[in-house]
Write a protein that binds this ligand. Sequence first.
Ligand SMILES: *[C@@H]1O[C@H](CO)[C@@H](O)[C@H](O)[C@H]1NC(C)=O
Ligand SMILES: *[C@@H]1O[C@H](CO)[C@@H](O)[C@H](O)[C@H]1NC(C)=O
Ligand SMILES: *[C@@H]1O[C@H](CO)[C@@H](O)[C@H](O)[C@H]1NC(C)=O
Ligand SMILES: *[C@@H]1O[C@H](CO)[C@@H](O)[C@H](O)[C@H]1NC(C)=O
Length: 460
Amino acid sequence: MGMSSPKCFSCAMAIPRFASSIAFMVAGLAIFVIVASVLLASSPIFSSFQDYFLSVDHGRESRPPIPPSFAGNHRPEMFVSEPSSPKPVSGSDAVNYDANSTVSDANLCDLYHGKWVYDSGGPLYTNMSCPLITQMQNCQGNGRPDKDYENWRWKPDRCDLPRFDARKFLELMRGKTLAFVGDSVSRNQMESLLCILCQADMPKNRGSRRMHRWYFKSTSTTIVRIWSSWLVHKTSEPMVFAPDGVAKVHLDLPDEYFMEFLPEFDVVVLSSGHWFAKPSVYVLNGTIVGGQLWKPPQNARVDMRINNIEAFGLSVETAVESIAAHPNFTGVAIFRSYSPDHYEGGAWNAGGSCTGKVSPASDLVRNEYTDVMHEKQVSGFGRAAEKASKKSNLVFMDITEAFGYRPDGHPGPYRSPDPNKKTKRGPHGEPPPQDCLHWCMPGPIDTWNELLLEIISKRF
Ligand SMILES: *[C@@H]1O[C@H](CO)[C@@H](O)[C@H](O)[C@H]1NC(C)=O
Ligand SMILES: *[C@@H]1O[C@H](CO)[C@@H](O)[C@H](O)[C@H]1NC(C)=O
Ligand SMILES: *[C@@H]1O[C@H](CO)[C@@H](O)[C@H](O)[C@H]1NC(C)=O
Ligand SMILES: *[C@@H]1O[C@H](CO)[C@@H](O)[C@H](O)[C@H]1NC(C)=O
């Protein structure tokens, strides 16, 4: 039951496919705008999704309720606000950074190109054996009827990715601290790791509001999570024309919240991306240089030259560069690449959703926005890595393509236990409210931690 293998990734990266798909984007945009406005006008489904998506982790960021205006229309705006075609990263760049960061240690294989294969061995835990699953990710507990999505393993082309061995992980991390820094998708990965590990040793919660902290007594291992939506410095205070409330994202300064704790971490797993779809003002060197779903007043003279996609690339470069330059950080920094969502399922005009997906896609579900974000992340990481003196502790964990095949791995409509929730399309084909961004637990996201263990096991 093997899936067809992804096409040559570096070739695909080298072809400027962006140009060839502009026509598709424009057509898709037009259709999406119409569909979205009909949906927004006719039903409140987006509002509850929006609350969920925008819900911030209260570990830290209790401040800025971001204007709830993005959920229905963020995609069109992103495309519209993108004046020039971003240049695709060349294949050689992408491969080099993979190669030099994760794979350079001798004969390691490329973990990120391969296929999903059916594995009747089943998941590493269940909703019964892990008490730490957030309800939103507890797809089985929320009534999802199918289960096969739990039974696919990632098979890299030239090697095997071993099934996660919790004792091995804990031994490797004896006396060490691993931190997850990022948004709610980062939290999703941390909770997956906790569920896997708690099969061997139930951790104690030693967290505070500021930092979630779980302690595994058997090996004195600590898993930490710090909320950082953008990985760079964020302020809320009014700034020139930009009012209070809308986030000011300083693209050239790292987020001080995690930088302060960095020296304590032996491994730090960073990720970002999805918050670049949200309303914000981009700041460089103290000056407003752009924004997302925000426009300066008409009489203001502001050069809005940085859109959200450029901003993402710059933020990644800043975060990587700052970590590499931190004098007291001696650990390994792993950047997890952009996590693809599957609202399109390949066709916006078919109602854009992941409802009803029960197995991996046989062809990669390509999404221009995901591709461009991934390219910006690869190039931002690459620029910073080039400048870094200690390149060896920077790793790019490139999950984007592999997870493009997994529209079945999201909660979809099964994101709450509410027995009255809508799970079927409406009479006109409109999809039910759903989450096609985060990942079910157990589910394909557990693979991220298998990759993480592979990376760590080659270093400790
Ligand atoms: C990656 O490794 C190759 C071969 O070892 C080397 O030629 C290249 O300069 C390296 N790239 C970076 C960015 O370190
Ligand atoms: C776990 O999932 C099963 C379905 O596989 C469901 O019947 C059960 O209620 C769930 N339990 C919890 C605690 O979510
Ligand atoms: C940042 O702005 C200051 C003035 O506010 C200027 O002197 C400096 O050259 C700027 N730096 C960069 C890198 O643009
Ligand atoms: C690094 O550690 C030294 C010695 O403990 C300390 O003086 C210095 O402030 C630290 N630097 C940073 C950037 O944390």
